[in-house]
Write a protein that binds this ligand. Structure first.
Ligand code: A2P
Length: 341
């Protein structure tokens, strides 16, 4: 059986990866509809050697669609996801628009696939930083429980879209050539003030909330609790943008409920779905953004017990933010639905 698939935001950083992932996974695509803003209607995109023309995303474009994969920003999802659902499509949404609604499953297939069947038309893909962290936490959570998480992120610019990728390239080139730069995209395009990202680290991802945390930091906190189904976990986060194109890195410290054996924890991680342990200090082997780029897995290394807290564990968690953090997680949800139909 084949399924008609719409990709909303097909010209964007994530949309492009969704198209590549559908091809790479040989997803049973019947008709493929590539949607974006009116600005890019008419643009040509190749899928499995065939040329497709990008169309404007309008409600009628979802007629006959089985799966609609959205990554064109929250406002587009708010406007068009209901139109897609009305026409019988299952929406898999990459934006922040519906994630925290109680009736919307927030799904990472390695962690809570059983939530998928509870959907009422919309399934939300979590935030990229959250996804890779919960993939790594899941085996430890199941075995030992988790009381507290302290996480600091080192996030790639691709999380902010194609314009941010272009901005890092251009700034780097200009600075090396002694030319003046004019930051316009990062940290948040819609805000009046922008900062240099090349050769810098910016401790702001998305806007700040009243409580002093950025919205990205609050997403990690709220979404992790929802995905693990546990509102007792204490989480604190600091999210930082760094001049890397693809791959988010995270320093994750947890305090477990039960005591753990270090070697057992390590082997639980090694056999967890979607996790690859890369941890050989003698060989200087550990996960890095450049090695995670283009891969679907989440890489975990630098696994070690804390020196002072007997139930404290540190690890370094890296994944390709546009793949597992967005495109692959979305396609993986669709694959799961096709398989379990
Ligand atoms: P377009 O290229 O036509 O602007 P990114 O995250 O890389 O910035 O990509 C955002 C994606 O969302 C692009 O494909 C972009 O299309 C699409 N998009 C932006 N605004 C709209 C809109 N109003 N309607 C449909 N798609 C949109």
């Amino acid at each position: 059986e084949r399924y008609n698939v719409a990709v909303v935001g097909a010209t964007g950083a994530v949309g492009q990866k969704i198209i590549e992932t559908l091809e790479k996974r040989d997803f049973p695509v019947g008709e493929l509809r590539l949607l974006a803003s009116a600005r890019s209607a008419g643009q040509q995109v190749t899928f499995k050697g065939q040329t497709y023309t990008v169309q404007e995303a309008v409600p009628e474009a979802f007629e006959g669609i089985d799966f609609a994969l959205f990554s064109a920003g929250g406002s587009v999802s708010e406007k068009l996801a209901p139109a897609a659902v009305e026409r019988g499509a299952v929406v898999i949404d990459n934006t922040n628009a519906f994630r925290m609604l109680p009736e919307v499953p927030l799904v990472v297939p390695e962690v809570n696939p059983h939530k998928i069947s509870e959907h009422r038309g919309i399934i939300a893909n979590p935030n990229c930083s959250t996804i890779q962290m919960v993939v790594a936490l899941k085996p430890l959570y199941d075995a030992y429980g988790i009381e507290r998480i302290i996480v600091s992120t080192y996030q790639a610019v691709s999380g902010s879209g194609q314009a941010a990728i272009d901005e890092l390239k251009e700034q780097t080139w200009k600075i090396l050539n002694n030319e003046p730069i004019e930051p316009k995209v990062l940290p948040v395009k819609s805000l009046p003030r922008h900062h240099q990202i090349a050769f810098n680290a910016i401790p702001q991802i998305d806007v700040f909330e009243e409580n002093g945390f950025s919205r990205e930091e609050m997403k990690m906190i709220n979404e992790t609790r929802k995905i693990l189904g546990d509102d007792k976990i204490q989480i604190t986060t600091t999210c930082v943008r760094i001049p890397v194109f693809y791959g988010h890195s995270e320093s994750v410290y947890i305090e477990t409920e039960k005591s753990f054996d270090m070697e057992e924890a390590r082997s639980l991680l090694a056999s967890a779905p979607g996790v690859v342990v890369v941890d050989d200090l003698k060989e200087q082997e550990y996960p890095m953004a450049i090695s995670a780029e283009g891969r679907f897995e989440t890489f975990v290394g630098r696994i070690r017990r804390d020196l002072f807290h007997p139930r404290g564990l540190n690890m370094w968690v890296v994944s390709d933010n546009v793949l597992k953090g967005a495109a692959w997680n979305a396609v993986q949800i669709a694959e799961y639905m096709v398989k379990t139909r």
